[in-house]
Design a binder for this molecule. Structure first.
Ligand code: ATP
Ligand code: MG
Length: 428
């Protein structure tokens, strides 16, 4: 049986662990990945253990079989627990799926006494007022992300704290999600014995892991091409202006190969990973590879050029969908840093070249970096979301500490939050 929620209030309450630890679970359409990491400093993560297993019970990023999903999550969590020698009590969890939608919203508050500088409490009130958007009963607000502030008409203020004014506006990007889809995901994670610390929109997490601050400033789109979804997040001037989750991904590429080559799905998947390419002209026309096949022989030779043509057609179509979605959020001209492609399908050779052609923007592949500890496997684009969930939670906790209303946090409240930080994992 799992231990009950720990009540330790810091490293002293947890003598085997020098630094606080956090856990993240990326419940993807093709894999579930759980990571336990130690927080060495604000931005530094030391990976203690990773547990990866095949996903089940998910389609297009959403749960469609709770029992199968619970089993897949439990298995990934257990692997991470064994690898790290910890018990995972709670974790930050990624959410995606076509049910997610987003809009921009403005919050406005009056500053009670304009003779005093604007406080974090005022900023908090402004963000709360931006949260009051017209959301139907069956949806919930997942994130309210500040884009910029306006103080008495002065536009594009990055941080209004300490400034003087009588009115504070905040422009935000609000992400909403279907309540049912959120509940289903939470139920699956809790069914695996892990409490959910926070739900984070997956492309926001992926961006934390693979996009540089300079790229964010100069304008960039993060494209995470997974198995069942392609997630998008557009940044202009360092802030999110658009997010979207498209119901297409690597499984569609594999399905096209099944149809074109007439081979079973596992053979098509293997062939795609081993011999796939997004640019047919870069593949030798005469090259053939042997794959498992339907029919009496059970094996057949297929042309690599043909495979690349099939993959190119599907990838191009997906990138065109992405471009249409980018345009809904920003003029692509504003994305000087272009696009960063991540997710498992980013490993398809030539996908960055194809993206440059289709999007007419610079493109690069995003791999998680700056990780210490048992992190070898995580330098692959498929782990951008999992690593990003940890980074996002670190950033959020920093904001949470900073945005405590009033100059001095009440001791009880602060301790509670520290306890919350520390009780995520326990040594076994
Ligand atoms: N070398 C490769 N070439 C092409 N595709 C690849 C390669 N390696 C992995 N993929 C594809 O990446 C996809 C899985 O990506 P990822 O692990 O990011 O998905 P996921 O997070 O489980 O799914 P989602 O985010 O859509 O819910 C699969 O479709 C797989 O075929
Ligand atoms: Mg994913």
């Amino acid at each position: 049986m799992r231990l009950e929620a720990a009540t330790s209030s810091g490293p002293k309450g947890n003598p085997l662990m020098a630094n606080p630890s956090i856990a993240a679970i990326d419940v993807g359409t093709t894999k579930v990945c759980t990571i336990v990491a130690e927080v060495a400093s604000q931005r530094e993560l030391r990976i203690l253990g990773v547990g990866v297993g095949p996903s089940a019970g998910l389609s297009k990023g959403m749960v469609d079989n709770i029992h199968a999903a619970i089993e897949a999550i439990s298995s990934s969590v257990e692997r991470a627990e064994r690898a790290s020698g910890t018990r995972i009590m709670s974790a930050h969890v990624g959410i995606a799926g076509p049910h997610v939608s987003s809009m921009n919203s403005r919050g406005i508050v009056a500053i009670a006494d304009p003779r005093n500088p604007i406080t974090e409490a005022d900023i908090h009130r402004a963000l709360e007022s931006a949260r009051i958007v017209n959301v139907p009963n069956n949806r919930e607000v997942l994130h309210v992300l500040p884009r910029y502030y306006v103080v008495d008409g002065q536009d594009h203020v990055v941080d209004p704290q300490g400034m003087y004014g009588s009115r504070l506006d905040v422009e935000t990007h609000v992400v909403t999600s279907s309540t049912a889809a959120m509940n289903n995901l939470v139920q699956c994670v809790e069914g695996a014995g892990v409490r959910v610390d926070s739900l984070v929109l997956e492309p926001l997490a992926s961006a934390e892991a693979v996009v540089d601050s300079e790229e964010l400033q100069q304008g960039v789109a993060l494209i995470d091409i997974g198995g069942g979804t392609t997630d998008l997040c557009v940044y202009v001037n360092g802030a999110v202006v658009h997010t979207a989750v498209l119901p297409v991904g690597g499984t569609h590429m594999t399905r096209d190969l099944v149809v074109a080559l007439r081979v079973p799905q596992p053979a098509a998947e293997r062939a795609k990973r081993e011999y796939g390419h997004a640019i047919p002209s870069l593949v030798d026309e005469a090259e053939e590879v042997e794959v498992d096949a339907f029919g009496s022989d059970g094996r057949k030779m297929v042309s690599r050029r043909l495979m690349a043509e099939v993959l190119q057609a599907r990838t191009e179509e997906m990138l065109e969908l992405v471009l249409a979605e980018i345009r809904r959020g920003a003029d692509p001209e504003m994305l000087s840093a272009g696009v960063v492609i991540t997710g498992g399908a980013a490993s398809l050779p030539g996908i960055d070249i194809l993206a440059e052609e289709v999007l007419s923007l610079p493109a690069r592949i995003g791999r998680p970096r700056h990780l210490a500890g048992l992190s070898d496997i995580l330098h692959d684009p498929a782990y951008a979301t999992s690593v990003g969930l940890l980074r996002w939670s670190l950033k959020e906790q920093a904001i949470m500490f900073r945005s405590t209303p009033g100059p001095i946090a009440p001791l009880g409240g602060l301790l509670k939050r520290v306890a919350h930080l520390m009780r995520v994992v326990l040594p076994q």
